[in-house]
Design a protein around this ligand. Sequence first.
Ligand code: FMN
Ligand code: SF4
Length: 605
Amino acid sequence: MASQINAHSEYLDSILLRRKFNPNELLQILREAQEHYGYIHSDAIDYLSEKLKFPRSKIEGVASFYSFIYLQPQGEYRVLFSDNITDRMLGNMDLMASMCAQLWVESGKLSEDGLLTINTTSCTGMCDQGPALLVNNIAINRLSNERVGGICELIRERVPVSAWPVEFFAIEDNIRRKDILLGSDFISGSALSNLIQRGPDEVLNEVKISKLRGRGGAGFSTGSKWDFCRAAPGEQHYVVCNADEGEPGTFKDRVLLNGYADLVFEGMTLCARIIGAKKGFLYLRGEYRYLLDHLQAVLHHRRQQKLLGQNILGVKDFNFDIEIHLGAGAYICGEESALIESLEGKRGTPRNRPPFPVTNGYLNQPTVVNNVETFAATSLIGLNGGAWYAGIGTETSSGTKILSVSGDCEHPGLYEYPFGVTVAQVLADCGARNTQAVQVSGPSGICVAANEFERKIGFEDIPTAGAFMVFDQSRDMFEVARNFIHFFAHESCGFCTPCRVGTSLLSNMMDKLSHGFGSPYDLAEIEKLNVLLQSTSHCGLGHSACNPVLDTIAKFRPAYEKRLAHSEYVPAFDLDRALSQARQMTGRDDRAAHLERSGDRRAKS
Ligand SMILES: Cc1cc2nc3c(=O)[nH]c(=O)nc-3n(C[C@H](O)[C@H](O)[C@H](O)COP(=O)(O)O)c2cc1C
Ligand code: SF4
């Protein structure tokens, strides 16, 4: 690629020119350069450093933060198997092993001919149609042995991904239950016309009356957030739509952006008028790259309709436009301050809070960050009024909530309910049977056991960003928790020690129990680690990383106890097992070839 850089530096120049040599666009520049060159070569970093007048070390630091930015050659085909628990339940690991065997490649390594890499990645947001993978960042779902065989054939024949059968890339919306949002016949521009007639003050008041709370997880009052931001001094105000949707098991924003983008963009434009913003961003997770062209087309259409741009709907000084920024495979960038760092072209490290984004957000200016579903709901409120919205749902949780249902049920997909629906009702509607537990709101959420199925979805009982993963009686809840802990250890941004070290210690301990080396000592250590993580982590990821373990220890303790094979502490490292390859090579597996201590220990257990 060194020669490529020299020969084609005009390509880098064209990106830089389009991005106005702005270091705040660094992530987008790296992403676009990689789409062209396949990876970011050291020479490209030097070139960018010189042109952007930005330290090389910083560029390298940013590039190395994001798992979809590569500093080493990856091959023509980059295959990433989605590795959420629901993908595991559908056999993703066997399919990956089969692909590796068929293509003679070891997972995580570049094939000898430099053609491809195969690896895993965190949940790709396709849990309703898994197992799933990304090939060169484009999703392929409903994997089967046959489909994997077809993919191997195409790779072997070096068919470019753009020429692969279109049905491989079909992504369904799977909308199973509609309510006011998914069932709305919203006409684009109608909420904005209402805003223009009534004025920003009145519409902000309607948002407050609606009692709408954020749908991204924390549940902060949307009206108050907009009001704080509006009142905050600054040269510019900004609107940011959080479409990072990285919580395993959540995929509702994917469907909203695919089928309801007008509602989302209209909500952002309402917000812009109210807070006085001229610029907005949609931060789209890298896994949803396939939505980019569609979203650009919707934005283009809205500009043509005078719903974006200068003098919106003919109103002088109503100027606002939206830019799409793509993420690059970092769950932590869903956390709003990390997202803002990422928008500024930096590593997605969460900031200290306070100050909050409403006063010190993008470029240190007042910024509203809301979830996709929140913005969509504000369009309905802008059109139909706050009292109408507040009349739906419960006293504390107004309106509806879209649930992303996956796992052991007949009809996975999206279900929109007024808040207050019971877990049991959702289970009945999605065709779940013999359900043991439901993980609501993803790994950082709540594990609901069968005796709690009459509990209600709502901020007053079970708050949720939307994931609803169903586990039937055949599932091992310890293994579910282990998968979630691996996720957190993988996604910890590494900024603070309790989370960086704590999540990986927790992950090792869960592995230790899984491999049969657990003792009551380890369980006590796990409980201690949980306290440490919860009390000393810098951001929400660290605080909630131990939730799955705490919940499953409390509700499914036998699943842990059966793994405490030893009454006293034993080390996790099993030298005898580590030597198994050497034994294989020498063709010996007799008793004398085993280490006595380890063998005895296993015999006793
Ligand atoms: C680790 C972590 C990941 C998060 N991921 C998302 C996400 O993918 N989408 C989202 O809207 N909010 C996410 N949030 C919550 C955001 O920080 C923020 O509260 C939200 O975007 C605000 O929008 P809302 O008020 O409309 O909910 C995450 C928070 C944490 C701590
Ligand atoms: S808690 Fe974890 S994810 Fe959050 S800042 Fe610390 S290391 Fe990063």
